[in-house]
Design a protein around this ligand. Structure first.
Ligand code: ZN
Ligand code: ZN
Ligand code: ZN
Ligand code: ZN
Length: 178
């Protein structure tokens, strides 16, 4: 089992469980939003990144691994442990599951991970962005986003992409296939 892949998948599952749209209105809206088009073939699904939707016929287990590690614009390495995580899940990873989580505390106001020794000062300063269910906050640039999978996808994978993301919004020129 590929460790990076497994970790990324796990983050994905946790994320989806947490952001499942609920209620019939949401379900109806979702149905409406996807016009009928022919279902993608198994081949297309197998060659498409489940995170950024990049499709390339050269994707296989090895090149997906390189893509997650180096170029997928929806993922980033955790700054504390290096594990590849969805950017939308980064703060939760650091606070709740990172092997170095003892170094940080979750700020009660912004819900971001703050170095334990900096927490008092951070909270007192009150300059962080208060967490809200009406928006998500990008951990890289602190822009407020619609709190939906689409909001994240537009921010990370559409031109110009997140200004602080070290990875290109479109996944680059295929470095993972070199
Ligand atoms: Zn990707
Ligand atoms: Zn970590
Ligand atoms: Zn804070
Ligand atoms: Zn950003």
């Amino acid at each position: 089992e590929n460790a990076v892949l497994a970790a990324a998948r796990k983050a994905r599952e946790l994320n989806e469980a947490a952001s499942e749209p609920s209620g019939t209105a949401a379900a109806a809206a979702a149905k409406k939003a996807s016009p009928k088009k022919s279902a993608p073939t198994e081949e297309e699904v197998a060659k498409t990144c489940q995170f950024c939707n990049k499709h390339d016929a050269r994707f296989n287990e090895t090149t997906f691994h390189q893509h997650y590690l180096r170029t997928c614009p929806v993922l980033c390495p955790c700054p504390l442990c290096g594990q590849v995580t969805e950017i939308s899940f980064l703060q939760q990873h650091i606070v709740h599951e990172c092997e170095h989580k003892a170094m940080v505390r979750e700020c009660p106001r912004c819900k971001e991970a703050v170095r334990a020794e900096d927490l008092d000062e951070h909270v007192k300063a009150k300059t962080c962005i208060a967490a809200s269910s009406s928006y998500a906050v990008c951990p890289l640039c602190h822009e407020k986003l619609p709190p939906t999978e689409k909001g994240w996808r537009l921010h990370l994978t559409k031109d110009p992409g997140c200004v602080n993301n070290a990875r290109r919004f479109d996944g680059g020129d295929g470095e993972e296939f070199a």
